[in-house]
Write a protein that binds this ligand. Sequence first.
Ligand code: IPD
Length: 310
Amino acid sequence: MSSQAELKQYLEFAISLAKDAGQMIRDATQKRLSSTSSQFVVKYDNPTDLVTETDQAVEKFIKERLSSTFPEHKFIGEETMAEGVQSEFTDAPTWIVDPIDGTTNFVHSHPYVAVSIGLTIGKEPVVGVVYCPLMDELYSAAKGLGAYLNETISLPMVRSPLEDLSQCLVATEAGSDRTPEVFDKKIDFIRTLLGQKQCHGKQAHSIRCTGSAAINMCTIAKGVVDVYWEVGCWEWDVAAAVVIVREAGGIVVSGDNKRDLSPVNIFGRKYLAIRAAQDQQSQIKIAEQMWEIIPEINAPRKPVPGGFEP
Ligand code: IPD
């Protein structure tokens, strides 16, 4: 296992890398704002799952910097996987990267975009950096070293008690799978989550969708959102943020509709995160209330050797 000094070294490197990648995203946004073209969207396999030239350029930059600095480390990235490159998930240090989480926001010049850089060692997420360059917010954490906003503000910022799902603000997303068998279940879930108690709803305060799984999870780390649930995103969307949420006192478990309090499988495509609370029982109570209403949704994937047990 790595020492805290090693983790700190990886964390500092990831922070500096995220800042440089963030500058690329800022430059591309400036270019985008002064252009009337939308041709920088490069792939429309699924019209609700966008990829841009900037996603590809930022991932290439991050991958090259990582492999020249840590040649023995492994790499899993959204765009590399999209090109059909299969990486085996092993105990070796593995960087898991989303160059732009919130690509749909990026395409619309909406500021909720983030570069997400996570590191696993022994298959456990241990370092995470999520940088939102258009808002200049940098979330970072390493196992045992705490979670921070902009490197100085300790997370969570909000520490009020967590009482009941009816008092919660819940982050979730439409996601890119709009097939009726998936989408209808998500809409039904939202109806039950927000609906009045006399209509068998949980009457939660409201929902929020930032358009970025990583940013949603950082709002959990901050404490300004109470619960995040999503089915259908990927390990690169959450690998970094899992560390940030945990170091900020939150929990991240499976977002499947079965009660399971074991640490989340980041390759599982189903995520439930609860913010820091007065005690773990209060977090478990909210998770139980969510499991009562979370639908069974299939989120298949091509297996990653060593990374996903069906
Ligand atoms: C997407 C975002 C979005 C989530 C999707 C992800 P991308 O990542 O995290 O919030 O709903 O499932 O794929 O495509 O912008 O990297």
